[in-house]
Design a protein around this ligand. Structure first.
Ligand code: URA
Length: 207
């Protein structure tokens, strides 16, 4: 059993908070175990709860489009959520639910060891960019402990606020540039024999 399958089995048995009682299916996440890039959304909605898969509803369709716009697809990345069960009537996740679920996300990150984490929406952003505002930092990146974090609006935001659709598309198109810039910075440092480790070129943007 792979580390990820074992984790999914454990998440499937989780009763760590109240919303575990109302879920139809737990939605652990999916994608390549060796993915270089991980997208982290908020929580499953109606369709995800039915299917046990992340981003399979209307927001997921838009996410697929956004991935395609930068030459990616679901097989090449890993997609997870901060919360693994659907909050009733798609309400916002509560702080204790986020806290309780955090260990699963931490373990996913430990197993996948992504080089890039793209946060989708406020709740995911708050997990990795505490005390920041999505309106200010969407479409920006920050390198920390060897991982490049990129903050994005949630794809569902575009479905509720049409004017955000173009903003999200434009923010997504910046992702390859952030990664290329990060790789070249690491390489320059290595050429100078500094002790900063070179980050492996991300396969998906190799020519
Ligand atoms: N919204 C999310 O944040 N995650 C999903 O999986 C679906 C919709």
């Amino acid at each position: 059993m792979s580390a990820l399958s074992e984790l999914y089995a454990n998440i499937g048995c989780c009763n760590g908070c109240e919303i575990a009682r109302s879920r139809i299916k737990v939605v652990p996440g999916e994608g390549a175990e060796d993915a270089d890039i991980m997208f982290i959304g908020e929580a499953p909605g109606f369709y995800e709860d039915q299917q046990g898969r992340p981003f399979v509803g209307p927001a997921g369709k838009f996410l697929d489009e956004l991935l395609a716009s930068i030459g990616l697809n679901r097989e090449k990345v890993y997609i997870a959520n901060v919360i693994k069960c659907r909050p009733p009537v798609n309400r916002d996740p509560l702080p204790q639910e986020i806290l309780s679920c955090r260990r699963w996300l931490n373990r996913q990150i430990e197993i996948i060891r992504p080089k890039v984490v793209v946060t989708l929406g406020r709740y995911s952003m708050a997990t990795f960019f505490p005390n920041k505002s999505i309106g200010k930092i969407h479409g920006t990146s920050e390198k920390r402990d060897g991982v490049l974090y990129i903050a994005m609006y949630h794809p569902a935001a575009a479905l509720h606020q049409g004017n955000l659709k173009e903003v999200i598309k434009a923010d997504f198109l910046k992702i390859p540039g952030f990664i290329a810039q990060d790789n070249s910075t690491s390489e320059v440092k290595e050429e100078k024999n500094e002790t900063v480790p070179i980050t492996k070129q991300l396969n998906m943007f190799e020519v």
